[in-house]
Every structure is written in structure tokens, then in C-alpha cells.
Design a protein around this ligand. Sequence first.
Ligand code: NAD
Length: 389
Amino acid sequence: MNRQFDFLMPSVNFFGPGVIAKIGDRAKMLNMHKPLVVTQESLEKIENGPVVQTIESLKKAGVNYAIFNGVEPNPKIRNIKAGKKMYEEEKCDSIITVGGGSAHDCGKGIGIILTNGDDITKLAGIETLDNPLPPLMAVNTTAGTGSELTRHAVITNEEDHLKFVVVSWRNIPLVSFNDPMLMLGVPQSVTAATGCDAFVQAIEPYVSVDHNPITDSQCKEAIQLIQEALPEAVANGQNVEARTKMVEAEMLAGMAFNNANLGYVHAMAHQLGGQYDAPHGVCCALLLTTVEEYNLIACPDRFAELARIMGYDTTGLTTMQAAQKSIDGMREMCKAVGIPSSIKAIGAKPEDFPLMAENALKDGNAFSNPRKGTKQDIIDLYQKAYDGI
Ligand code: NAD
């Protein structure tokens, strides 16, 4: 248990149905005169959707803006360069991201290269940023990555297909907005994938070497909320209560991993996402049980606790038997929301595993994994996830 730690999150976090209406006034309070709204074209087109409501509130408060709608899923370096160009041409002074993790990370990436130099690949790693980003607010529309709260910017280099992370306290948005009413229209498959991402982000920090008492309680609460609400949110996206619980869970998990870090699931999922341009939440869910089963021997007590949090009665079981139950719970949740049973589903090829394993061990998330693996261990884990969960 980490007894000396810092705890980072945005200084203001708006949560609940209808909070998006507050963004105009908040922009004014922050002296944002012309924010660049960083989003996707498909989100801009949604009638009375997240972008429309953000703009309405900005207009009402008399705040000028420009819109950059060129974010691709798994945002690429070309996206952040195009966004930077527009920021400069439009003489913007701040950034508002509207969307899921892709929009937030793209907005952070734009901010990073505006103030820290054009070559973002040189900034991959932990605390590499010398200068602050322009003021940034994040309007979140998936539940979710937690990126609206975190110090991580995950960017894909389209040239070598490498997905890398810039981790810095300077990336944390000043203000986050989580309004479940903006999420009612999220398609079923995206709800499942992003919900599984939140699930993994509640599990990895719980068994991370960097966990602390605050992140532990956040993980516990997030796991229980996800178990209650994710299947219902997938089955009936218009259920406001289920969406609201998923937003609570994704915020808790986001804060937890922002401070306790993640592990091999994320380190390995980034390689799948970069190589095959697959949805991040699906990549995480496809690796979850394989990686955590491998991790069991590093901290069986923590996994046994996870089983109890998931509702298993572990009376009379050995610690290892109880720990194994948590893997059953993970498998059950991923299956219930339609995650496939092999990484073949996203086009994974065994000949790519050696390079992906090498890069996974360099990913910033690998260092907090509870069990220390070799390159061959990671290749074996990819192979196991390929053979079928
Ligand atoms: P996403 O942002 O790529 O969005 C997925 C799809 O959902 C898109 O097509 C988008 O248009 C659609 N969508 C989003 N909101 C919608 C809405 N309200 N209504 C209808 N459609 C909507 O997916 P994501 O899972 O949120 O983000 C994934 C990215 O975030 C990955 O690149 C991943 O690596 C990164 N990530 C970042 C962090 C971090 O802390 N920075 C953490 C985890 C993941």
C-alpha cells in the first residue's frame, strides 16, 4: 500500500443531468475569449447533441469559439497537427474538448505541441512537459476512459502504428463536465466497449503496486456500480439511471487510475489499438482475464478482495480459490456485454506479437503491474488471448 502519495484531478468537476448548460459561464470565469472546440464531425451533427449544447451555452455567455472537428478514433499525430494549425489561424486562446477519450486526448495533444514543441513523439513518457498547456475544459460523452480527468494523453503515430502516452500533471483539464444526458445516444457497441474500459480501469489500479487508500475505495465503488449498471446501459441506452451510474463509475475509475496507475492490460491494449486501429475498450476487455489470471500469484489477497467486492461468497475457500473467483467475475461481465472471446476478432496476428510485447514493456502503464514479466511472458499472454479466453 502506498502511504505517501499525491492525488491529482481537475480542480472543478461538474456531474449530473443538465450540467452542460454551465459551460458558457465557466468559460467566462476562466477568461476564455476564443476556445477551440475539439471534437468529431459525427458528434457535431447530432441534433441537440453534446457539441450543439456546448456551443449554445458558450453563445449565451457571449464567448466566441472555433470548431475543429477532425478527431479520429485512436487520435493520430496528423489530427493534433491539424488542430494546432487551426488554433493558430483562428487565434484561439484555450481548448474545450467534446467527446470521448479520442477528443480529450487530441485536445491535450494540440495543447502539448502548442507549448512544448512540435515533435510529440519526443515527449512520450512520464513528466516530460516543461510548459503548461493552454487552459483546457473537457466535456465527456462516453463512460468511459476517464480522460476528461486524467494526466494521460494517448496518441497514435500513424507512421509506425505505435500508440504512446504522454503522462504529465500539466495535461489535467482545469474543468470536467460529465452530463449523462449527453450519453443517451451512445451506440450499444460503444457503450459496451467504453463500459469495459471503465471496468478495467477500476480493476488495474486496485491490484497496482501504486494503489493507496483513496484509490482503493474508488475502485470498489466503481466495480459495484458497473456491475449494477453496465448490462442495463448496453441493453437500454435510454435508461437515465443506468447511464448516470456508469458516469459515476467512470469518474471514480478515472480518478483511481490517474493516481494509482494501470498495468499490463493497458500496456498491451495500446499495442493492439495502435497496430489494428481497434476500439480501446474492446482491446482492454479482450486482454483482461488473460492478464489478471497471470497476475494472480503476485497479490492473491487483493484478487480475493476483488471477488468479494464483485459479490462472491468466498467462505471456506483458500485465498487462491477466492482470487480465482474474481477472474470468473471479469469473464462474466465481458461476455454479458458481447465482448468476443479472442483477439482474432480485431485482426491480431501472431507474427506481430514480438514487437508488440517489446513496446508493451516500454509503455508507461507497464511499470505499475503487480507481476513483473519478460518479453516472452507478454508474447505468451498475447498468444493466450489469441487462442481464446
Ligand atoms: P472514442 O472517443 O473514440 O469514441 C468512440 C465512438 O463513440 C466514436 O465514433 C464517437 O463518435 C462515438 N461517440 C462518442 N460519444 C458519443 C455520443 N454521446 N453519442 C453518440 N456517439 C458518441 O472512444 P473512447 O473509448 O471514449 O476513447 C478511446 C480513446 O481514449 C483511445 O484512444 C484510448 O487509448 C484513449 N484513452 C485515454 C485515456 C486517458 O486517460 N487519456 C484513458 C483510456 C483510454
